[in-house]
Design a protein around this ligand. Structure first.
Ligand SMILES: Cc1cc2nc3c(=O)[nH]c(=O)nc-3n(C[C@H](O)[C@H](O)[C@H](O)COP(=O)(O)O)c2cc1C
Length: 322
């Protein structure tokens, strides 16, 4: 399937994740085999007001390609202008967020709020298309709630609009992250809009999950939280899809070094001490399944010097707490 002009067979995509899929994380995931990455979502309203933090989310490096810049909002004029600004950054495509469930965004009609009014959603997508000559894509959920699943109609409408691909997080807005993503919708979406490349998303954690979604008709799969916990999941998935081989889980020593590499990149990008604090959410993934980590965890949540933290991680042995 195409991402801009790049054609990739069975792509593994890193999900857009606010405060997570920043440039160092995207580059790390690329190095582990992610085929496509997306920026964190950018508010079109803040972008047109040139709010520094939002505009800085347009930045990426050549090594990250193909990359999509994700915009959210619903005001057509702002979306059109923000799309033109995003295009100046030179991404491969522009993605429209129609799936964010966070109350303050969805309740004012942005993100998943657009699912309550499909003509408004389509007007938003069309506005982005007017603002750019790049391909435009959409990421969304099944519908607002169980009684209002609109994804089949929406897929047909987006196919007519000529969007380059559609990503579906197989939950409703009302579900948030509860329950299990319902992948049975994937073949139905594919059948409803056969000409629209489909990326499946939601609870894809293992290589077998990825294979299942491809077998259900997806052209690509998108991985969010599993990549946050284990950025090397892309390599594991790719090996399994290509050769049927399940790579062994990294050893503790390998995890420690992977964690340190990520930490260094993260702090280099965000600076100290901010990066030290914001990295704290990533330790759980690297330490998943590791035993006797109570003291280590406490230290990682309190130490503030980069080299001190790195030394602490290197020193750690599993029998430590005993
Ligand atoms: C911390 C976090 C931030 C997210 N930020 C965004 C975002 O900026 N844009 C977006 O479209 N989805 C965002 N999402 C949703 C993910 O892209 C993805 O659709 C969702 O997590 C389901 O996939 P998963 O089960 O693989 O995590 C975010 C998810 C998480 C956990």
């Amino acid at each position: 399937m195409l991402f801009g002009k790049t054609d990739i067979f069975r792509p593994l995509c890193l999900a857009p994740m606010e405060d997570v899929s920043d440039p160092p994380f995207r580059r790390l995931c690329k190095a582990y085999g992610a085929d496509v990455v997306y920026t964190e979502f950018v508010s079109c309203e803040a972008a047109v007001r040139r709010v520094k933090r939002e505009v800085s989310k347009f930045d990426f490096e050549e090594s990250e390609r193909p990359i999509g810049i994700q915009l959210y909002g619903s005001n057509p004029a702002s979306l059109e202008r923000a799309a033109a600004m995003a295009q100046e950054a030179g991404p491969d495509f522009i993605d429209v967020n129609c799936g964010c469930w966070v109350r303050k965004i969805a309740n004012r009609g942005d993100g998943a709020g657009l699912l309550r009014d499909l003509p408004r959603l389509c007007a938003a997508v069309a506005a982005v298309q007017r603002g750019t000559t790049l391909p435009v894509t959409v990421k969304t959920r099944l519908g607002w709630d169980e009684g209002n699943i609109v994804i089949l109609d929406l897929a047909r409408m987006l196919e007519d609009l000529g969007v380059q691909h559609l990503t579906v997080h197989c939950r409703t807005r009302a579900q948030g992250y509860s329950g299990k993503a319902d992948w049975t919708w994937l073949p139905r979406v594919k059948a409803a809009a056969p000409g629209l490349p489909l990326i499946g998303n939601g609870d894809i954690r293992t290589p077998q999950d990825a294979e299942t979604c491809f077998n259900l008709g997806c052209d690509g799969v998108m991985i969010g939280r599993a990549a946050m916990m284990q950025p090397w999941v892309f390599r594991t998935m790719r090996r399994y899809l290509d050769c049927g081989e399940l790579l062994p889980e990294p050893t503790l020593e390998q995890r420690k070094e992977k964690c340190i590499e990520h930490l260094r990149r993260h702090v280099e990008f965000r600076g100290e001490p901010r990066g030290i604090f914001s990295f704290r959410r990533h330790y759980a993934g690297y330490l998943k399944g590791v035993t006797h980590i109570a003291r280590l965890r406490r230290d990682l949540m309190t130490l503030v010097g980069l080299e001190e933290i790195i030394a602490r991680i290197r020193d750690f042995q599993e029998e430590e707490d005993e």
